[in-house]
Ligand binder design. Sequence first.
Ligand SMILES: [Zn+2]
Length: 142
Amino acid sequence: MAAISPPVPENRAAAVLIGQMDVEFAKCECCGLTEECTGAYIEGIRRRFDGKWICGLCSEAVQDEILKSHEIITTEEAIAKHMNFRKKFAAAIGPPPDPTPHLITAMRQILRRSLDSPRALRSSPATPSTAADNQIRRRALA
Ligand SMILES: [Zn+2]
């Protein structure tokens, strides 16, 4: 009888790749920003922040809270601190007049996406050269 081998890492890698195909909307629990993310990415963030999903900008702020705190605080406490800070900040300046933080997040998102999937770079409208390429290919197939 052959021993049943445990799942090989390659299969797990494939499963992760397939998991990355689904794109979902995740809403930041701190600032309410909605980001389009892969399931795997959402899962990773939730694992890191006690089941909460928070955007890139807020996650950095939360990490900052942990670093600058004199006592050892939990991730949850750091998130609460950051939320309080946001509320105070919002109250002090009134309705958010400045979309810059979201712009930064959006830009990061684009950067990360172009690093993650080269497909995003190729999704731009066809340039004359690629259209010509397609014609050549079609002619070759005909
Ligand atoms: Zn946020």
